[in-house]
Design a protein around this ligand. Structure first.
Ligand SMILES: NC(=O)c1ccc[n+]([C@@H]2O[C@H](COP(=O)([O-])OP(=O)(O)OC[C@H]3O[C@@H](n4cnc5c(N)ncnc54)[C@H](OP(=O)(O)O)[C@@H]3O)[C@@H](O)[C@H]2O)c1
Length: 420
């Protein structure tokens, strides 16, 4: 079996691929990557919904010819234990065994009575099998599906089972909120400068995770303060993934994008036939996110700043946070997140920590917001935090005379071509 750090990296990629599948499908979101003996990805796949190929079969179908004669040297890294039953597609455990895969690492045991047992079948076929790799992260991704499984099992075992829960809210992408902060919770100095709070290792980690998202989102405050490129790239500027796999940039807010902004040269734009980043107003973030989902965006990496991240957290619209903590102090007004609508300590939002990772002198804390926070009614009636900020923190020019204020056929997506 490959070393654990290689398996962890591959599992992160598999989880990102899994997130591309439909979250509200009867089948779980599953991703799979296949590694060579050096831990390099030779093929990947994911499940696109009931009736389509399972992730393992999708990935096996993409293994290059050169490796097909040496399958015993390959490792399949899968987010869910390969299934063992014959549904609309054959059992994945059998597909992997027939392929002759050498090793299989997976995150979560399959909870289904009929589908479980894939690990045992694979071991019986001679594969080296390891479960529990980044299990809590897979559990976080599959939370809604696992809950539906449990509800289904409970309903099946009880004639007096309660009626099904009301339909879920409009599907939205998975939202990962990331920020870098000092020990005293600051994300910027008093003059708004924030480069760089963390060191090179932490920033490289951010770029790797950017590459796994479908979209990368900032508010106009960050765009104007930092002029970020929003690409997933190495320290020498080389892209980590091809333009068509780069996260598509999304800018929230009414202020226009300056004509020289680096984000206008983002490689994902040309690759997807877009003239400019996707624009959202931000007045109704839940509707904005649902709109992104309708455009096929399954995961959004939010890079701030405090205003947007505060608003997402206040509305229960962030699934995960990634906090890059620098052993440094800044003091002053540049708090890492804005108001999230908590006035009393009883409203404190506690996170389940799913990962802690030292990165040079810095530390990454990754946390999942408990499922109950996905729709917190006590925040729903509040105004957006930007409206509750102190005057100095409010947008400087409330009357931008922005072209987007004019009616547009698709109000949620404001074409940035109107900006410049
Ligand atoms: N350390 C880090 O990780 C990090 C990351 C990013 C940024 N920063 C720093 O953060 C500072 C910028 O902070 P910021 O809060 O102005 O940035 P922001 O959150 O990126 O942008 C805030 C702006 O977004 C727009 N917006 C639209 N809908 C919104 C909503 N529902 N909630 C909140 N805002 C909404 C508003 O602009 P309109 O008036 O245009 O509508 C608002 O002024 C800079 O100093 C930057 O360097 C630090």
């Amino acid at each position: 079996m490959l070393q654990r750090d290689l398996l962890d990296d591959a599992m992160r990629r598999a989880l990102a691929l899994a997130g591309r599948g439909p979250a509200d499908d009867p089948n779980p979101q599953v991703g799979c990557v296949i590694l060579d003996p050096e831990g390099r990805i030779v093929a990947e796949g994911w499940h696109r919904g009931a009736g389509s190929r399972h992730a393992e079969v999708d990935a096996l179908g993409r293994v290059p010819e050169a490796w097909r004669s040496r399958p015993g040297e390959l490792t399949a890294v899968v987010t869910l234990e390969p299934c063992n039953h014959v549904g609309r597609t054959g059992p994945c455990a059998l597909a992997l065994a027939e392929f002759g895969i050498g090793s299989v690492a997976f995150a979560l045991d399959d909870p289904g009575d009929a589908s479980a047992g894939g690990a045992e079948s694979l071991r019986a076929a001679g594969a080296d099998v390891l479960g529990g790799v980044l299990e809590s992260e897979a559990r976080a991704l599959l939370g809604p599906w696992l809950a539906r499984q449990r509800a289904g099992a409970a309903a099946a075992s009880s004639a007096t089972a309660p009626p099904a829960a009301s339909p879920a809210a409009a599907p939205r992408p998975r939202v990962i909120a990331k920020w870098a902060q000092t020990l005293d919770g600051r994300a910027a100095a008093a003059n708004g400068t924030s480069r760089w709070i963390t060191g090179a290792e932490a920033r490289a980690d951010v770029h790797r995770r950017r590459a796994e998202a479908d979209a990368i989102l900032v508010g106009t405050g960050t765009l104007l303060a930092d002029d970020p490129a929003l690409t997933a790239r190495a320290h020498d500027g080389e892209l980590l993934v091809d333009p068509e796999r780069q996260p598509v940039p999304v800018v929230v807010g009414r202020r226009p994008i300056p004509s020289g902004a680096r984000v206008l040269r983002h490689p994902a734009l040309a690759a997807r036939g877009l003239e400019a980043p996707i624009r959202l107003r931000g007045d109704d973030l839940a509707a904005d996110l649902a709109e992104l989902a309708r455009h096929g965006i399954r995961s959004v990496f939010v890079e701030g700043g405090p205003g947007i991240i505060g608003s997402l957290l206040a509305r229960g619209l962030a699934d995960e946070v990634l906090v890059y903590l620098a052993p440094a102090l800044l003091g002053g007004p540049g708090l890492a997140i804005g108001d999230i609508g908590i006035d009393d300590i009883s409203g404190i939002r506690r996170l389940d920590i799913t990962e802690t990772l030292p990165l040079g002198r810095d530390l990454l804390l990754r946390g999942r917001l408990p499922a109950s926070s996905s729709d917190p009614p006590r925040y729903a009636e509040r105004k957006r935090p930007a409206d509750r900020m102190r005057p100095a923190e409010r947008p400087r020019d409330p009357d931008h005379g922005h072209p987007a204020d004019r009616p547009h056929p698709d109000p949620a997506l404001i074409p940035a071509t109107e900006e410049h």
